[in-house]
Design a binder for this molecule. Sequence first.
Ligand code: PLP
Length: 367
Amino acid sequence: MLDLAWSIPDAIHLEIGEPDFAPPEHVLNAIQRAIAEGRGGYPPTAGLPELRERLVEKLARVNGITTTADAVVVSNGGCQGLFAVLSALLDEGDVVALPNPGWPNYRSMVGLLGAQVATYSLSAERGHVPDPAEIERVIAEGAKVVVLCNPSNPTGSVTPPEVVEELVEVARSSDAWLLSDECYDELYFGDAPPLSPASIAPDGPIVSVYSFSKSHAMTGWRIGYVAGPPSVAKLVEDAQEPLVMGVNAPGQYGAIAALADDDHVVQMREAYRIRRDAVVGAFRERGYSPPTPEGAFYLWLDISDVAGSDEDFVLSLLRDQHVALTAGSSFGDGGAGYIRLSLAAGKAALLTAVDRIDEQIRSGGGR
Ligand code: PLP
């Protein structure tokens, strides 16, 4: 889909999760300074000590998590952090419960580790948030790790605090781990960040993963981090050592600078909120009822009653209207009948895209 989209020169790209903002100026300056001053040698495997200290402060300030630097490991983006945690927690054949629909990389990671996938649903009836009773069931059926993604890619939903509390209770009363992917933690549209499971159960079986990719538009610098019990952090560090040795040092200096100033995050969040309101409003004016995204930067639209298969629809939309989206089925069979539209584009392009999606549906395209 990506290749196809890039072969159409004037396509509007709403298919990927890449922020359309640049990293903050002060972050780029800090990276350049680190390079100019020769601070680009091998970093410690678990991350620069100063960054780990700053992350402890950030986790307290934003996520309500009380922790210590030895329980925080810097990773090559959230992606490699998630993989390192899974490799630390899983043995071959173990079962991991994944959200359906969910980010497809989880499934690939589980496959690479020789573990098995079970899924739990993020149904429209429940506002696309996990059902604690279903999580209890998948654990009873053998899941050793439950991956949560809050805010959710692809649905843009935020799990309400009371549901997070129930999920923590379910995990605590079992032998299972919660792996809480909070890579979109600072992109929320409510009054407060989503409740972090580890904030209410500091000693619980919970590992949280974060990233600078979305919050600071630092996708290419590959800086993420893992916070969990010190014993798991040590295993994550050990898992990183033979594979990556550490994370690029200039990028880590950029991350230290990023944590010193929140203005950029606040401005980006506001920009996404304005786009979200404009796009949801435009769909509603045309008679659609998308759920309002509460976090991340995705709009998740049910087209099952008005178009053919989601895969045929996104292909026909690209061909006829030059708008690239992601088919819901790419996120698992729970996404069939949906399309995901990224809000990481200017408002004018987004509103043009809404017009074209509507036109394509009305003209029967994709059927
Ligand atoms: N988790 C989710 C749900 C994502 O969508 C992404 C990226 O798209 C990541 C984690 C990892 O991002 P990164 O490796 O850039 O930190």
